[in-house]
Ligand binder design. Structure first.
Ligand code: TXA
Ligand code: MG
Length: 334
C-alpha cells in the first residue's frame, strides 16, 4: 500500500523513518517529484530501479540540504564547482563530481562520478534534514513516462510500488534540473534545465553543451555523457510533432492536418480555432505545464499532438530538449 499524505511535520517525520528503514518515498522538489531512498543504502537504492523499471546503468542524483554535505561524497571540489554551488544552490542545478568511496556503485551506474543536487523546495530539504542522509532520487515516474509535476502523476505511475507520496502541490519549474559536469574546470552542460546556459555563461564564458544536445536529429553516433539522455523519454501515447517555421504556415498546416483526436500545444497569444488547444505559457520561458499536458493527452485518447517550436533561449532550450525527445526527433519545418 502507498500512503498519499500532505507535507505536515509528522508526515515528514514518518517519511524520514521510512527512508531510514530502507523504504521509498516520493517527494516534491521545485523541478519535478523525486522518488527517494537512502542514498548510502545499496538495497534501498536497488528498490528505486525496480519500482521505476529503470535500466541499472542510468545513475541517480544524490540530494543534500547543506553544501557541506558534498565534501564526504566527492574527491575534490574545484573552483568551478565551488562558484556554481555558491551561485545556484539551492536550486534546479545538479553537479557531477568525481565520487568518493562512500558513494555505493549502484548510485553511479558503474561510473567514477556522482551527481549531487541541493534543491530549493522546503519540503524536500526538511525531509533530507530529518533523514540525516543524502537522498537518492530520480524523477518519480515509471521509466519512459513524462516526469511527474504533481502528486497525482506519481500516484498514477507508482501506486502500490512505493511506501509513501508526499503531496506538495504542483512543481514550480516542471522540468528537471540542469546537469553540469564539473570534473574539469570548464563546465559542460549534460542536460539543460532551470539554470540556463546564459546564466552560467556570465560566470564561465567557456561553458559548453555536451555534443548530443546541439544535434537536430536523433543519432547513435554521438554518445551522451549523461547516460539517461540516451533512453527514450517522456513519450506520450499519441504521436508528437514539433512545428517550426513561419506562424501563418504553421497555423495553416495544423488546421489542414487535425482531426478530433488532435491536440495543439501553443503559447499565450497564439490562438487556434480547434477543440483541443493548450497553451504552454510564454513562448520564451520554460513550461511547467508540458509534462502535465502530455499526461492529460494520454488520458483523453489524443493520437496526434502538434507542438509549436519554443523559443530556444534561456529555459526555452530545456523545454525544446524535452519536447524533442517526446517527439522522437520529429520536427516538421514549414
Ligand atoms: O530535477 C531533477 O534533477 C530531478 C529531481 C527529483 O531532483 N531528478 C531527476 O533525476 O531528474 P533522473 O534520475 O530522472 O535524471 C538524472 C539525470 C539522468 O539523465 C542521469 O543519467 C544523469 O542525471 N546523471 C546522474 N548521475 C550522473 C553521472 N554521474 N554522470 C553523468 N550523468 C549523470
Ligand atoms: Mg527522469
Amino acid at each position: 500500500m502507498t500512503r498519499l499524505v500532505n507535507a505536515e511535520k509528522e508526515n515528514l517525520a514518518s517519511a524520514a523513518e521510512i527512508i531510514n528503514n530502507g523504504g521509498l518515498v516520493a517527494f516534491p522538489t521545485e523541478t519535478v517529484y523525486g522518488l527517494g531512498a537512502d542514498g548510502l543504502n545499496e538495497n534501498a537504492v536497488k528498490k528505486i530501479y525496480e519500482a521505476k523499471g529503470r535500466p541499472s546503468d542510468n545513475p541517480l542524483i544524490l540530494h543534500i540540504q547543506d553544501k557541506s554535505e558534498v565534501i564526504p561524497l566527492t574527491l575534490k571540489i574545484n573552483s568551478t564547482a565551488q562558484k556554481l554551488m555558491d551561485t545556484f544552490w539551492p536550486g534546479p542545478m545538479t553537479l557531477v563530481f568525481k565520487k568518493s568511496s562512500l558513494v555505493p556503485p549502484v548510485i553511479s551506474g558503474g561510473l567514477d562520478t556522482v551527481a549531487i543536487r541541493l534543491p530549493e523546495n522546503e519540503i524536500a530539504r526538511e525531509l533530507i534534514k530529518l533523514a540525516k542522509t543524502p537522498i537518492a532520487a530520480p524523477s518519480a515516474n515509471t521509466s519512459g513516462k513524462p516526469s511527474p509535476t504533481k502528486a497525482s502523476h506519481v500516484f498514477e505511475d507508482l501506486n502500490g510500488r512505493i511506501d509513501m507520496i508526499i503531496d506538495g502541490g504542483s512543481c514550480d519549474i516542471g522540468l528537471e534540473s540542469t546537469v553540469i559536469d564539473v570534473t574539469t574546470l570548464s563546465p559542460v552542460i549534460l542536460r539543460p534545465g532551470g539554470v540556463t546556459f546564459e546564466d552560467i555563461y556570465k560566470l564561465f564564458p567557456d561553458v559548453s553543451y555536451d555534443k548530443h544536445l546541439t544535434l537536430d536529429t536523433i543519432t547513435d553516433t554521438v554518445k551522451p555523457r549523461s547516460p539517461g539522455m540516451k533512453y527514450k523519454h517522456y513519450a506520450p501515447e499519441g504521436e508528437l510533432f514539433i512545428l517550426d517555421g513561419d506562424i501563418e504556415k504553421v497555423q495553416k498546416y495544423i488546421l489542414e492536418n487535425s482531426d478530433e483526436n488532435t491536440a495543439v500545444f501553443t503559447y499565450d497569444g497564439i490562438e487556434f480555432d480547434l477543440p483541443y488547444v493548450r497553451s504552454l505559457g510564454n513562448s520564451n520561458s520554460g513550461s511547467k505545464l508540458f509534462f502535465d499536458l502530455l499526461r492529460e493527452c494520454d488520458n483523453n485518447s489524443i493520437t496526434k499532438i502538434f507542438a509549436l517550436m519554443p523559443d530556444k533561449k534561456g529555459v526555452g532550450f530545456a523545454l525544446y530538449n524535452r519536447m524533442f525527445k517526446a517527439a522522437g526527433g520529429k520536427i516538421i519545418k514549414l
